[in-house]
Design a protein around this ligand. Structure first.
Ligand SMILES: C[S@@+](CC[C@H](N)C(=O)[O-])C[C@H]1O[C@@H](n2cnc3c(N)ncnc32)[C@H](O)[C@@H]1O
Length: 280
């Protein structure tokens, strides 16, 4: 079988499962299998080896079963870089880049600031920030041991393994303090919305990274209360929220003595990130 034949078969197969971009996904899978760029496979109609046909079918079946492309390919682009990922971590989302944009405003390029990333997952936020601000040092925590391993791999890939201290711990138990900045994309989906998520997310991404308890706010609350203890006075807490959570989050922040600097919206105009300051 050659490239054109297998691409057509693959596309038709994925269409049966109502995959949104069957043509693109099939091309990306073939380019992974034969280890060539997508443009190359479209320009050269080579014959496939039997072992590659088997690999192709396996990946295609995973996609047919709605596994996200990022897990099948093993990577996702975020901010300015490529991050390795697997099913132990949330797939980095473009919305989360707002946290980076806001955090950079409080990190002068020539200063060494101490940063904490709560729920680091793939490490995409903290690695991106440290690449932009090489004088800073950071700690990144996650309750998932497997996620910490992925984050360490990404830090190594981007030559930052000596700048980030990764700790596998529940944020509740983290003891070190005096941070200038705490950033977080906590799990914030409530139980009703969890059930309504697309199958790609619901059945493949880690629940630990998605579920914010029955009202979606339990992990956010935990991060705010803990940040009050861990931040320096005037330190910043910058975190991502679900688009209907602004009012609840502002209330929790106010109750815990934070000043609200800004609420940022995502590209679709939804409230997505809060910038706040620990006052005392
Ligand atoms: C929404 S994911 C964010 C991952 C990554 N920062 C990103 O933006 O792509 C939330 C992460 O928080 C971690 N997490 C959940 N509860 C936690 C807790 N109590 N302490 C530390 N990390 C926690 C999860 O394992 C998951 O990796």
């Amino acid at each position: 079988m050659n490239y054109i034949q297998i691409l057509k078969k693959g596309e038709n197969f994925l269409k049966k499962s109502k995959i949104k971009n069957p043509c693109l996904d099939t091309e990306l899978i073939l380019s992974k299998v034969v280890n060539k760029k997508r443009e190359e496979i479209l320009l050269n109609n080579n014959k496939l080896k039997n072992t590659d046909i088997i690999k192709f079918k396996n990946y295609l079946l995973r996609r047919f079963q709605k596994e996200p492309m990022a897990y099948i390919l093993g990577y996702k682009y975020f901010w300015k870089d490529k991050f390795l990922i697997n099913k132990s971590v949330l797939i980095p989302r473009p919305d989360t880049e707002i946290v980076i944009e806001e955090a950079l405003k409080y990190l002068p390029i020539d200063k060494s600031k101490k940063i904490l990333d709560v729920g680091t997952g793939s490490g995409c936020i903290i690695v991106s920030l440290l690449k932009e601000r090489p004088k800073c040092v950071a700690t990144a925590v996650d309750i998932s041991k497997k996620a910490i391993n992925v984050a360490k791999t990404n830090a190594k890939l981007h030559q930052l393994e000596n700048k980030i201290n990764f700790i596998n711990i529940d944020i509740d138990k983290h003891k070190s303090y005096n941070y200038d900045l705490i950033i977080s994309n906590p799990p914030y989906i409530n139980s009703i919305e969890l059930n309504r998520l697309d199958d790609d997310i619901k059945f493949h991404e880690p629940m630990l990274a998605l579920s914010g308890g029955s009202n979606g706010l339990s992990k956010i609350k935990k991060v705010i209360i803990k940040s009050k203890k861990l931040l320096k006075i005037n330190g910043k807490l910058i975190f991502e929220i679900g688009y209907k959570q602004k009012d609840h989050c502002l209330k929790i922040l106010n109750e815990n003595g934070f000043y609200i600097n800004k609420i940022s919206r995502d590209l679709s105009g939804k409230d997505r990130c809060i910038v706040s300051t620990k006052l005392q």
